[in-house]
Design a protein around this ligand. Structure first.
Ligand code: CTP
Ligand code: CA
Length: 223
């Protein structure tokens, strides 16, 4: 609400947000991606700007309008996102990685369109770089916030990611629920912090979730 953003609590802070899916090309007409719409990350970028931050949004391909007052860097693949994020990282006070980054990319990117001249086609995939893990390794003063998209064992998987990637906080959501997670305008999240505390929120608009995420991150920045 208006009261929570009063006084521009993020004034003077540099905030980097990643949003949307990444897209991994197989050939000039085909790619692998996921169901991320970018709505959650864009809501966070807008809320951070409203709270007075200087915001950089590294965005995979989405159908969303560019938020005004936010520096948007468009990227396509995980590798592009990695390069953009690494370049911006040293200047940041807070990094929120809400992008649904592709975990695998085709090992071979064909320069020509593949013809349908065989009955079966296997595409060999190799792991992409884990951007958030690298940020965790290189962390200096930055507060690092990850997201965890899960379809079960939310707490176990989210806490494991928080520890493994050296995060300060992780926002976990169950993407198997129809009213939360990918594509829809609402989300139901649990925030886990590195001190072991957690806050469970009811189903809320992504705008409201964005404000809560930033308010919790602000508390960590003040420590
Ligand atoms: N992430 C990333 N780079 C990747 C994969 C994920 O930066 N190559 C980030 C996401 O932006 C998110 C967090 O890591 O903030 C967790 O993503 P998620 O897909 O939930 O977890 P993974 O570590 O990829 O593990 P898995 O998909 O097996 O659950
Ligand atoms: Ca993943």
């Amino acid at each position: 609400g208006a009261e929570s953003v009063a006084g521009l609590p993020l004034k003077g802070k540099n905030v980097l947000v990643t949003a949307g899916p990444t897209r991994e090309q197989v050939d000039p007409v085909r790619y692998f991606t996921n169901y991320s719409s970018g709505k959650m990350g864009y809501a966070i970028a807008k809320a951070a700007a409203r709270m007075g931050a200087s915001v950089t949004l590294v965005s995979g391909p989405t159908a969303l309008e560019k938020p005004s007052g936010v520096h948007v860097i468009d990227v396509i693949s995980t590798e592009d996102m990695f390069q953009a994020v690494m370049k911006e990282y040293p200047d940041q006070d807070l990094v929120i990685k809400s992008a649904a980054v592709a975990d695998y990319t085709p090992r071979i990117k064909y320069g020509e369109k593949m013809k349908k001249n065989k009955e079966n086609w296997s595409v060999e995939m190799e792991k992409t770089k884990d951007i958030l893990s690298v940020l965790g390794q290189k962390k200096e003063r930055q507060i690092l916030v990850g997201f965890a998209a899960e379809t079960g064992n939310l707490e176990e998987y989210a806490m494991d990611k928080l520890k493994r990637k050296n995060l300060d906080m992780i926002v976990a959501n169950n993407v198997a629920q129809e009213d939360a997670g990918f594509s829809v305008d609402t989300n139901r999240v649990i925030i886990y912090k590195k001190d072991g505390s957690s806050i469970e929120y009811p189903l809320q608009s992504k705008e409201k979730v964005a404000e809560e995420v930033l308010l919790q991150a602000l508390e960590l920045m003040a420590l």
